[in-house]
Design a protein around this ligand. Structure first.
Ligand SMILES: Nc1ncnc2c1ncn2[C@@H]1O[C@H](COP(=O)(O)OP(=O)(O)OP(=O)(O)O)[C@@H](O)[C@H]1O
Length: 388
């Protein structure tokens, strides 16, 4: 599978983490792979020849300020290794990691400690709380290490405990709280140091589904309210779709696609991603922005209006009550239209496993379609902003 090479997406100050050609290979002969002919070989062959395990293979991506960047993949695909490389909790074998333009690879031990204490906080699956300490002391821990005076750190810890909905539990011990509550403590502890970036390593996978959903909502709320950048690891596609502004799909150490939830579901990069996302209801992910097009000649343009981010499942009832297509509007500006046929087409793509069959149907019906729709095969022209 070919590696996606992402070039920098603009000014470096627009990027929180910039990762380029990152490799992590475990084992004695790790340094005998990158830069040699062997680096193109598959992981099995590299293992057989050198005994080394390729965990992260030539990965490049940018994390933008304020976004939740989800890394998703099956067990063993390299997610944990990748997220730990970002702050060198695991030393990368090669490649470059810039954090706000600062080369993490060049950072001294002291600078690394500083970055981990102040700039980047981590939330783990197994909470990592100190069992004998009260909740307030657990939350204040990062500030204590930093030498923040007691009164100040307790005030901040109380505020964070309130923020994650645990007021009243300040004096409890971790063992007295449920798993979901303990993970809220983990979150409060990470937030207490007011980091710029939060790294989440499968934080909710040990939680019951309902509690997990609450915690996902909590992350979305806090991230928006506090304007943090987050990298979130999960093996759960629904979680990725719910949380991710963008999702990176990992397989065997490589990134096979990086895109918005809509791009991953609506335009999978390859059969692997398509298979991965095949159970997702497109109507719950694809939005009006994704489908919108310009008006056809003579078309009725007086339909109801929706925001561009409205998912199709919410557009459908409007379309069932209106012959005219919905108007996609943002702050009073008309961006495009979505009609019944457009939505049906999106749903039909979902039903037809064989893409060729869909193309054939589109071609068969091309004569019946307005010119623009027949040309692009997607129901019309696509105004800017639909992700491609
Ligand atoms: N310390 C290590 N020494 C040797 N191999 C390792 C080490 N840590 C991870 N690996 C290997 O690297 C690969 C990627 O592991 P990693 O834990 O990063 O995957 P993951 O996607 O996070 O999986 P999981 O969801 O199960 O945690 C696996 O083949 C794993 O066995």
């Amino acid at each position: 599978m070919s590696t996606q090479r992402t070039e920098p997406e603009g000014n470096l100050s627009d990027v929180t983490f910039s990762v380029r050609n990152l490799w992590k290979i475990f084992g004695k002969n790790a340094d005998k792979v990158v830069g040699t002919d062997l680096e193109k070989a598959d992981s099995g062959a590299i293992k057989a020849q050198t005994g080394a395990t390729v965990a992260v293979r030539d990965v490049s991506f940018d994390v933008r300020p304020g976004e939740i960047f989800v890394v998703m993949g099956l067990s063993g695909s390299g997610k944990s290794t990748l997220i730990r490389c970002l702050t060198r909790l695991i030393e990368p074998t090669s490649g470059q990691i810039l954090l706000d333009g600062e080369d993490v690879e060049q950072a001294s031990e002291q600078r690394l400690r500083e970055l981990r204490r102040r700039k980047v906080a981590m939330v783990f699956q197994h909470f990592g709380l100190l069992p004998n300490r009260r909740i307030i002391d657990n939350v204040a821990y990062g500030l204590e290490i930093r030498g923040v005076p007691r009164a100040e750190r307790y005030e901040r810890a109380r505020e964070m405990i309130g923020m994650v909905g645990l007021s009243g539990h300040e004096n409890s011990r971790p063992g007295q709280l449920s798993g979901g509550m303990q993970q809220r403590v983990g979150l409060a502890r990470a937030l207490a140091v007011d980091p710029q970036v939060l790294l989440f390593d499968e934080p909710f996978s040990a939680l019951d589904p309902l509690i997990r959903r609450d915690m996902q909502n909590e992350v979305v709320r806090l991230q928006k309210e506090l304007d943090k950048t987050a990298v979130f690891i999960t093996h759960d596609l629904q979680e990725a779709l719910k949380l991710g502004d963008r999702i990176a799909i990992m397989r065997d150490g490589e990134l096979v696609q990086v895109g918005t939830p809509e791009e991953v579901v609506g335009r999978p990069a390859n059969a692997y991603v398509a298979d991965f996302t095949s159970d997702v209801a497109r109507t719950s992910v694809l939005t009006a922005r994704w489908l919108m097009r310009e008006a056809f000649p003579e078309e009725d343009t007086d339909g109801p209006s929706v925001e561009p981010g409205t998912v199709l499942s919410q557009v459908l009832p409007l379309l069932s009550a209106s012959v005219a297509p919905v108007r996609v509007e943002e702050n009073g500006e008309l961006l495009g239209f979505v009609g019944r046929d457009d939505v049906l087409r999106a749903i039909a793509e979902d039903q037809l496993e064989d893409e060729g069959a869909f193309e054939a149907i589109v071609e068969d019906n091309a004569e019946d379609l307005p010119a623009t729709a027949a040309e692009d095969g997607h129901g019309g022209t696509t105004p800017s902003g639909n992700g491609g």
